[in-house]
Structure formats: structure tokens, C-alpha cells
Design a protein around this ligand. Structure first.
Ligand code: ADP
Ligand code: MG
Length: 726
């Protein structure tokens, strides 16, 4: 079958497929967390003492003794087996940002050869996957492959149902034999502790007496595309690279703004409902769902949770989405830019910190100018973004995300903070050493008797800011849809810890006396100093504008880091090293290994794309275009015979574009073969500046051909088909 026949068949199959009907949703109480080994289940199955110990560990991170682990393991096994699980798996989160698992049976045989099941505390606490196949960024030499996974009791165990049966999944850390973190979870836990310790210091200086453990929270909004698998399978670029490397824009894009928040198509709705049911069973609080800006693009946002749990849940959510899409004949694309010319996908990471005694410390309340705790924590974030903007850019750097950042779509590659007019006003006063009052949101009264007046937010939103204050949290909007939220959370918690430590030291030497007035006066002084040094990171205007790009760099000294090649080296920067060293979140070796792992992934990804561009151009687009050209030549010849003056303009354009494309392919081929780079930095710059441009050149010619070549000869599903046919 020719490529174009396959396309026609794909359309036929999609339009004739029977859709899974949209079912009535199951009642939430019946399914909520049924696949999770929750605290309630522990309370039912554990002794009082064991349950209390577990609860304390979950609430405060306190160590659990081995005997309790034995008891918990036994209860966990019984529960899992009652749900049909014969296997358990330590789930861990290697530096690549993926999730990894190793399955083991509960089964062993006893001395008489009879099969029995066993799951002890030591099996729960420690696993030993062969670590050598996970990237370790030179932490270990290849023959020293030992790696351990170790149970994280603060993230609940759960059952994963697949066609192969049920498996008990146990969230774990992943470390080397020498004790270095090979994963995302260890630094996330460490960053949370560092933040907690620093925050407690500051709160005590602010006069607080009872202070419970502080935790960071995260609510991640996940954008994704759904493409029918019939089309997907005909696109080698989607299958291997997760994005289209070719493809002319459809006549219709997102210019009508008719997709965003529009009615969700029934087939998609049935997919969403299916995913939500599974998420609920897994105890993941899926809350919001809607169409996104681009055709074929959607969003899911669960309710926020403790950062460590939210990060594990976010990984699980991505797995559930990808698996469930398959069942519905879709492929769920999490790539940051699957289609050129329309919106890419991000993952907005909403982040706050708080505890049970002081509440959410990023909640300004009704009178922010009187809320010193809030102002201190908010200022700490401003300082963090100012000092560590390049780090925040580095932790979201990937080949995929480069297509969004700095490409005048999603937030720019310059990290600045948006506060909203009210809070910005309060900090303007602080910069002048005072704190008198603040603007209020006021009341929205439309003067229509049937519409009830309501309280307005004190500030508008700013979609162009990469890091925006949104009322009671910060929203890191520049994170890529395919990325783990752990990287950004580690960076945010750590920079906050560092700023709070700085503030604590300043408060200690500035506050003169114990009275509230003395604390207030001292705090204003410290915050004034902070804003003088770091206020340059605050920006409320249009982040996409060229004026900002110029002003940010020239006048404010902020860094514009458009590509991964520009951003990743900041992981090795002295400022970053000092930050992680001082807070104890990552050692120099651990940090260096992260640079190595991510630069290698970037280089490999660009190499893969470069190879694919060449092979698709040569074996799929070139043959289609030349066939069409010979058709045109035949037509011209017969027109000539008939004595008709045939306009061969199209033939010439096609011929020129074929030549142009093949020349560009040769150039790309040569460039992709280059080696002998002195460093990863040099190699990454070559990828970003040379290879990416050459791939675009090939694509330019190929997309022009797509616009001219007969549709029934074109071998690849088009943008129109992939985005609009569901
Ligand atoms: P929007 O699209 O308007 O930004 P959504 O409702 O889609 O908002 O998503 C907002 C996300 O922020 C949700 O995951 C929500 O639970 C989360 N969130 C709300 N409050 C907080 C908070 N204090 N800390 C962290 N995340 C929060
Ligand atoms: Mg949002």
C-alpha cells in the first residue's frame, strides 16, 4: 500500500470506528484511593503502635524502626494480594526524569518445595536493581554497577493494574553503592528539609513560638495532545522523536480561538473519564480538565499535594495517560512541541510552602502589608529567582522545551517574577523603607440586578511571565510538559532555603528588641535591603516584547538563555555549586553528574532528530515529490503534443524545492557526522546553532513541497488530519 493509501485507510478506520461511549462516572466515594495503601488502611491492619510510628514518619519525616517496617510489609503484602497482586515493584525516578520499576514476585519456595509468599521489612526497605543501565553521569565507573532502591514511606504504595495483572508499587529513592543520589527523589526530599530548617529559623526570629514541620506543595497543570494512533503509526517522527519534524500548517490553526475551553469531543471525553477513574483509584485528585489553545490539545490539573507525593503522582499520571490513550485508539503526546506553528505544551508548576501552625506562607491574606510572614517568604522567592534564574532555566532545559522558551510562545527564557499590582505596590513601599497599606481588589459590580456582585482579585494575571505570583502560590510556567516536576521543585525549595538562611542571618543582626514593633521595623529594613539588591527580578509588563528582552539583559543584568546549550552549563556554575553545597541538597559530584546526564540526553536527542530528518526526507518525501514531478512532466509533454501551452511553473517550483531539500540534507548529513568536540558544552552549542538550523532548512523545503505535491501522493498524515480528525 502506498503512503497516501495508508492515510486514506487511517481516515476510513477512524471515521468508522466505534467510539467508546461516555459512561456515567462512578461515584467518587466508591472508587477513591481503592488502589492505595492509605493511612486509613494501615490503621485498620496495623497494630496501634506500628500505625502511630508510620503516621509520625509521614507527617514529620522521622525515621521508622526496622521492626515496624516488618509489620508494615506484612500488612502491605496481605492487602496487595487481596487485590490480586502477586508481584511487587520498587518504583524509582532516575535522573532522566522517567519512572523506572523492577518487578519481583512475592513467591518463594520453602524447604519442602511448596510455594509460599513472603514479603519482609528488608525487602520493603531495600531493593537492588542493576543500576548500570541507568545514566549515572560518571558517578560510577561501568563495572561498579551497584545501585540501591530504598522505600520512601512518605509516598503511599499503590496497585498498578495492567493487562499482565496487578503489581504492588512502592515509591523509592535510588542511590549508588557509595550513597550518592542517582535520582530526583533524594534531592527533592533533601531540598524540602533544607527549606523546613531555614523557614523555622526565620519564623522563630519573626516571633512565632509554635512551629510545625514545613512542607512544600505542588499542583501541576499538565498539557498534552491526543492524536489518533492510525495517524501516529504512519509518522516515523512522532513514533521515534515524539514530535513532527515535517508538516505544513493546516489552513486552519488556532487563530479562531475556538478550541480553548470549547466543548470536549465525546471520544476525548470518554478517554478523560477513563483516566480520571484510574487516577481517583490511585488517590490522585484530578480536578480540572479542559480543551487547550491548540486544536487537539487538552489539559488536566490535579489538586495540589505535598511536593514529594505530587511529584510521584505526576509521574504516575503521565503513565496512566499514555496507557489509557492507547486503549481509546489515541496516542497521548507529552512532547513540548509536537506541531510547529501552534501552541506547544507546558506544565505549570504551582508551588507554595506552609505548615499546620502558620498555614500557607505565600498567602498574603486580605491585608498583605500587615502580613510580615508572607512578605518575608515572598521576598525570599524574589531573591531566589534573581540569584538563581539561570538554575531555574537549566532545570527546565531540554531539546523539546527549547521550542517553547524564547520562541515567543510560552514564557521567555529570561527568568523574572510577576507579583501583580497589589503585591508589587507593597514591595515598592518596602523599597522606600515603609509599609503603609495596599490597594484592594474591590468589588465587581456589573450594575445588572440579576448578576450578584463579587470580590475581585487584587491583581490581574500575566500570561507572559515565566514565574508568576497567583494569589497564594507561585506558578512556574516555563516547565515543559514532558518533564518531571521534581527538578523545578528541587531548585525552588533550595533557592528558598538559601534565601531564608540569608534573611535569618540579616534579621538576627537587625532586629533590635523583642517587641512586635521592633520585629516589624527590623523586618522592613531587611526586606528593603533585599529589594534593593534583588528587585531587578520583578517585572509586571509584557514578557514577550522585544523591549523587555533588551531591558532585562542590558539594564537589569538578567540572563537570556534561549537554548539548552546556553542553560545547562549553569548547573556547573560556581553560584549553583555554592547553593547546593551550602544547603546540603546536592554534592558537587551529584551536581556534575546531572549536567552530564542532561547534556548527553540533549546531544542524543538532536542526533536522533537529525538522523530522522535525513531518512524521512530521502526515503519518503523525495520519492513522493519526484513521482509528482514526473507526472507533471508527462502532462506537460502531452499538452505539448496537443499544441496546448502548458504552464509548468509548479513543476519548476517542485523541482527547485526537491533540489534545495536534497542539498540541505547533504549539509545536514555532513554536520551530523562531525565529531571530536572538546567538551559537552561545545558539542551542545554545535547542536543548537548548526544542527537545529540545518534541520529547519530541510523542513522548509519539504513543507513547501507538501503545499504543492498532489495530496493523494503525499506519504505522511498531514497537520489537518492529525489535529482535526478524531
Ligand atoms: P489556572 O489554570 O487558573 O492557573 P488551575 O485550576 O488549572 O488554575 O490549576 C491551578 C493548580 O494550582 C491546581 O493544581 C491547584 O490545586 C494548584 N494550587 C492551588 N493552590 C495552591 C497552593 N497553595 N499551592 C500549590 N498549588 C496550588
Ligand atoms: Mg495555571
Amino acid at each position: 500500500m502506498s503512503g497516501s493509501e495508508s492515510r486514506a485507510q487511517a481516515v476510513f478506520q477512524i471515521t468508522n470506528a466505534e467510539n467508546t461511549p461516555v459512561k456515567k462516572p462512578k461515584s467518587l466515594e466508591k472508587i477513591w484511593a481503592t488502589d492505595v495503601f492509605t493511612l486509613t488502611k494501615m490503621e485498620e491492619s496495623l497494630s496501634k503502635k506500628a500505625y502511630k510510628a508510620m503516621k509520625k514518619t509521614i507527617d514529620t519525616g522521622e525515621a521508622l524502626d526496622v521492626n515496624t517496617a516488618d509489620v508494615v510489609a506484612a500488612a502491605m503484602k496481605d492487602w496487595a494480594m487481596s487485590k490480586g497482586a502477586n508481584y511487587f515493584s520498587h518504583i524509582f525516578y532516575p535522573m532522566t526524569g522517567a519512572s523506572a520499576e523492577k518487578h519481583d514476585g512475592f513467591i518463594i519456595s520453602d524447604s519442602t518445595g511448596k510455594a509460599i509468599t513472603e514479603f519482609t521489612g528488608s525487602l520493603l526497605i531495600k531493593g537492588e536493581p542493576d543500576g548500570s543501565s541507568f545514566p549515572n553521569g560518571s558517578i560510577r565507573v561501568t563495572n561498579a554497577a551497584r545501585g540501591y532502591t530504598a522505600w520512601d514511606p512518605t509516598s503511599p504504595a499503590y496497585i498498578m493494574h495492567t493487562d499482565n495483572g496487578a503489581t504492588l508499587c512502592i515509591p523509592c529513592i535510588f542511590i549508588s553503592w557509595s550513597g550518592e543520589a542517582l535520582d530526583m527523589k533524594v534531592p527533592l526530599l533533601r531540598s524540602n528539609s533544607a527549606m523546613d530548617e531555614a523557614a523555622q529559623k526565620v519564623l522563630r526570629l519573626m516571633g512565632e513560638r509554635k512551629i510545625t514541620t514545613l512542607n512544600s506543595s505542588c499542583g501541576a497543570e499538565q498539557e498534552y495532545f491526543l492524536v489518533d494512533s492510525n495517524f501516529y503509526n504512519l509518522r516515523p517522527d512522532l513514533v521515534l522523536a515524539g514530535r513532527t519534524l515535517f508538516g505544513a500548517s493546516a489552513a486552519k490553526g488556532q487563530e479562531f480561538d475556538d478550541h480553548y475551553f470549547g466543548a470536549i469531543p465525546p471520544r476525548v471525553q470518554s478517554f478523560m473519564q477513563d483516566t480520571e477513574e484510574q487516577l481517583y483509584k490511585l488517590g490522585i485528585p484530578a480536578k480540572t480538565r479542559h480543551n487547550e489553545v491548540a486544536p487537539g490539545q487538552f489539559e488536566i490539573a490535579p489538586y495540589y499535594e505535598a511536593a514529594n507525593v505530587a511529584a510521584d503522582h505526576q509521574q504516575l499520571l503521565m503513565t496512566v495517560f499514555k496507557n489509557t490513550a492507547k486503549k481509546h485508539g489515541f496516542v497521548c503526546l507529552m512532547h513540548e512541541k509536537p506541531f510547529a506553528g501552534i501552541n506547544g505544551s507546558g506544565k505549570h508548576v504551582n508551588w507554595s510552602v506552609g505548615n499546620s501552625t502558620q498555614g500557607n506562607l505565600l498567602d498574603p491574606g486580605k491585608t498583605p502589608h500587615d502580613n510580615l510572614n508572607f512578605l518575608v517568604f515572598c521576598a525570599a522567592v524574589i531573591r531566589g529567582v534573581h540569584l538563581h534564574g539561570p538554575l531555574l532555566r537549566a532545570v527546565i532545559a531540554s531539546a523539546g522545551n527549547d521550542h517553547r522558551l524564547g520562541a515567543n510562545e510560552a514564557p521567555p527564557a529570561i527568568l523574572s517574577v510577576y507579583l501583580g499590582s497589589q503585591i508589587e505596590g507593597v514591595f515598592d513601599q518596602i523599597a522606600q523603607g515603609k509599609l503603609d497599606g495596599c490597594d484592594e481588589g474591590g468589588i465587581m459590580d456589573m450594575g445588572l440586578s440579576q448578576i450578584l456582585p463579587f470580590a475581585k482579585d487584587p491583581g490581574d494575571r500575566n500570561r507572559t511571565s515565566p514565574f508568576a505570583f497567583t494569589g497564594n502560590r507561585f506558578e512556574f510556567r516555563a516547565v515543559g510538559s514532558d518533564q518531571s516536576v521534581a527538578g523545578p521543585l528541587i531548585a525552588m525549595n533550595t533557592m528558598l532555603a538559601d534565601s531564608l538562611n540569608w534573611i535569618a542571618a540579616e534579621l538576627e543582626s537587625t532586629i533590635d528588641g523583642k517587641s512586635n514593633a521592633a520585629i516589624r521595623e527590623g523586618t522592613i529594613k531587611v526586606l528593603k535591603k533585599l529589594m534593593k539588591e534583588h528587585g531587578a527580578a520583578v517585572f509586571g509588563g509584557d514578557g514577550y516584547s522585544s523591549e523587555w528582552h533588551e531591558m532585562a539583559v542590558k539594564e537589569r543584568g538578567l540572563k537570556n538563555l534561549p537554548t539548552t546549550a546556553d542553560a545547562l552549563p549553569y548547573l556547573k556554575d560556581d553560584v549553583t555549586k555554592a547553593l547546593f553545597e551550602a544547603t546540603g541538597v546536592l554534592s558537587e559530584t551529584e551536581l556534575a553528574s546531572r549536567f552530564e546526564v542532561h547534556s548527553e540526553i540533549y546531544i542524543n536527542r538532536i542526533a536522533l532528530e537529525a538522523n530522522l530528518v535525513q531518512s524521512m526526507a530521502k526515503t519518503s518525501i523525495y520519492p513522493a515529490a519526484t513521482r509528482y514531478l514526473s507526472d507533471l512532466a508527462l502532462t506537460a509533454a502531452s499538452a505539448n503534443e496537443m499544441g496546448v501551452d502548458f504552464d509548468n511553473g509548479t513543476a519548476k517550483t517542485v523541482a527547485n524545492n526537491i533540489n534545495g531539500m536534497m542539498k540541505a540534507v547533504s549539509k545536514l548529513e555532513k554536520a551530523a557526522a562531525k565529531d571530536g568536540f572538546k567538551s559537552e558544552e561545545e558539542h551542545m552549542q554545535f547542536c543548537a546553532n548548526d544542527i537545529c538550523g540545518l534541520m529547519e532548512d530541510v523542513r522548509g523545503y519539504a513543507d513547501a513541497l507538501e503545499a504543492d505535491v498532489a495530496d493523494d501522493m503525499w506519504p505522511l498524515p498531514t497537520y489537518h488530519e492529525m489535529l482535526f480528525i478524531k
